[in-house]
Every structure is written in structure tokens, then in C-alpha cells.
Design a protein around this ligand. Structure first.
Ligand SMILES: [Zn+2]
Length: 334
């Protein structure tokens, strides 16, 4: 850490954020007073009632998911969640299937049943858009100073992307355009019982590998967007540097941030960038899918027992949901 003559502090840190995920690297110019100011400046004046994305209902979905308790890969909580989600998406007209596979438990060596959940909208369309999130929760709240081996319900880190897609599903059968849409919920994003030993991104790696090896003629993804940790009340989403570094993916990021600017959702902040390791990297590097990550990993309750719905904001969820909803309307027309 060093200090510039201007008084700004340059802070370079290795971040294990996770949703996500992540093991990432963060390079930002940090000054507490400046950050507090920019945080206020970046809050748009929108209210829930003004936003045509039902943030309150999405928040209720978030509570439903967290009420199931921890949803660790292979657990009863995960099975209950899969049942709930299959019913939800089918009732709204989605075609639901599970992409099942098995792994070895990193400690016991026993088989663990894994499933990515795939919801297809307009399945007859050959070119498609991928909207995705992870739906497993980390086995333990490792960062919790009081109880790092306690229960972890993963509201912002695990349930939020799923809740957003549950709400977006209400509009999907009426989606007009040339492209179809798939929602994919990844298992095993962070089945981490021991950091440094256990692999991240198991579900997205399996999905991307199957996609890369699919026979010719299989539907292809034109664009992909991964959503993670978007419900902090102090929402600030910056372009992910990794996503911006890929020539095929940068247009997706720019289109989403342009959409946010057009709607007046100022919590999408251009300029400063984080680099985040998350499921999108498997999708891009293995599946060759231009997939970006929309994430705000500056979340105080990250990987603690405080990551509960009470520390998530329906308004933040509504803002991000609205931006993605409006971006998607344009994206499927291309
Ligand atoms: Zn996490």
C-alpha cells in the first residue's frame, strides 16, 4: 500500500470474494472520505414503486430460498430448493431439466450428486442468450469471526441470482425476439470445505465442457450474463476487468452499463474496475461463450452468518433486475 501525492491511497489486494467467487484481484483508488461521497452520489433516487421489475416479489423469493436453510451441494436443503425451483419455473412456462453428474466428496471420498438446473424459454430458437447464477451455498461461513463453522444461508451469496431469475421468469413466455433464452443455475460454485484444496466452479466447468463438446447443430449462445451478489443496500457495480479484457464479451458489459445509464440506475459505475474470478471464466474459456459477470462483491456480510435477507435490499434487487430485463429485451432482438 502506498500513498499518492494527491492524497489518494492506492490499495492493491488479493480478494477472495465469492460469490462468489472469487478469488480476484482488486485494484482501486481508495480514500474513505471519497468513497463515502461517491457512495451517496451513486445512489439513484428511484423507489420500488417506480421500477417496473417487481423487487418486492423477488425479495420474497429470496426469503423462500433462505427459509430452506443451507443449500450446500448434495444436501437436503439443495434437494428441497431444486424441487421448489422446478415447480416455480414450470408453472411459469419454462422447460426445466437437470444436468446431473457426480463428484467425489473432497473429504470423505463418497459420491456427491450434483445438478445444474436449466430452464429453457423458446426452446425452438437455435441462437440463445444465457442468464446464469450459482444456487449452491458455501458449506461454512468461513469469514465469520464468531462462528466460522456455523450454518450459512447465503442470501446475497447464493440465493440472490436465483431470486432475480425467479422474478424475471414471469416475463419470459412473452419475450419477443429472434433469440431464445436459457436460465442456468450452477451447482458447486463454492463447495469449499477447505480453501486451497477444493475446486471452485464445478458446475459451470461441467456445463461449459458439455457445451464445448456438444454435437454440431446444438443451440449456441450469442451472449451470456452471470449475476452474483447484487443486493447490498449500498450497491455499486463496476465492470469486471476480466469480462472487459475479452474482445467478444466487452460489448455485453458495455450494453448493460449503457442500459443502466439510460434508465438512470447510477449504481452501475463505469470507470473503476475489479477483476473477479467466477463461473463466467469457465463459460468463456472452456465454452467460448461471451459471458460477463455482474457483481458487487463489496458486501460487509460476505461469507458470514450475517449474509441473510435482512442484509439484502429489495430496491437493489429491483434496480439490477430492471437493468437486465431491459438489456435482455434488446439482446434477444439481435
Ligand atoms: Zn461465496
Amino acid at each position: 500500500m502506498t500513498t499518492k501525492p494527491s492524497g489518494q491511497t492506492v490499495f492493491l489486494a488479493a480478494v477472495v470474494a465469492g460469490s462468489c467467487v472469487l478469488v480476484g484481484y482488486l485494484l482501486l483508488f481508495y480514500n474513505p472520505a471519497r468513497t463515502a461521497q461517491s457512495s451517496v452520489d451513486n445512489q439513484s433516487r428511484l423507489t420500488l414503486a417506480e421500477i417496473p421489475f417487481n423487487g418486492q416479489r423477488a425479495y420474497e423469493y429470496l426469503m423462500d430460498l433462505c427459509a430452506l436453510g443451507p443449500r450446500v451441494s448434495g444436501s437436503q436443503g439443495m434437494h428441497a430448493q431444486q424441487k421448489l425451483l422446478a415447480t416455480h419455473f414450470q408453472n411459469l412456462g419454462g422447460k426445466v431439466r437437470f444436468q446431473k453428474f457426480r463428484i467425489r466428496h473432497p473429504q470423505t471420498g463418497k459420491e456427491v450428486a450434483m445438478s445444474n438446473l436449466i430452464v429453457e424459454w423458446q426452446p425452438q430458437r437455435r441462437e440463445r442468450v444465457l442468464l446464469c447464477a450459482h444456487y449452491d451455498t458455501r458449506p461454512f461461513p468461513d469469514k465469520d469471526t464468531r462462528n466460522p463453522r456455523g450454518a450459512f444461508v447465503g442470501a446475497n451469496d447464493g440465493a440472490i441470482g436465483t431470486a432475480l431469475l425467479m422474478e424475471l421468469a414471469h416475463q419470459m413466455t412473452s419475450s419477443k425476439g429472434k433469440l431464445g433464452v436459457d436460465f442456468v443455475l450452477f451447482d458447486g460454485e463454492e463447495f469449499i470445505l477447505e480453501e486451497g484444496r477444493d475446486p471452485y466452479f464445478i458446475g459451470s466447468e461441467f456445463f461449459a465442457t458439455a457445451y464445448a463438446n456438444a454435437r454440431p447443430g446444438t443451440p449456441r449462445y450469442r451472449w451470456g450474463v452471470l449475476v452474483d451478489m447484487v443486493a447490498d443496500a449500498d450497491l455499486q457495480i463496476y465492470p469486471d476487468s476480466r469480462s472487459m479484457s475479452w474482445d467478444d464479451t466487452r460489448p455485453v458489459v458495455e450494453a448493460i452499463f449503457d442500459t443502466a445509464a439510460r434508465l438512470g440506475v447510477r449504481e452501475f459505475v463505469a470507470g473503476r474496475r475489479y477483476e473477479v474470478l467466477d463461473d463466467h471464466i469457465k463459460l468463456h474459456d472452456i465454452g467460448k461463450i461471451p459471458c460477463c459477470d455482474i457483481i458487487d462483491f463489496k458486501y460487509p456480510a460476505w461469507h458470514t452468518q450475517d449474509d441473510t435477507p435482512a442484509n439484502c435490499s429489495a430496491l437493489s434487487l429491483a434496480k439490477v433486475g430492471w437493468v437486465l430485463q431491459e438489456w435482455l429485451k434488446q439482446a434477444v432482438r439481435q
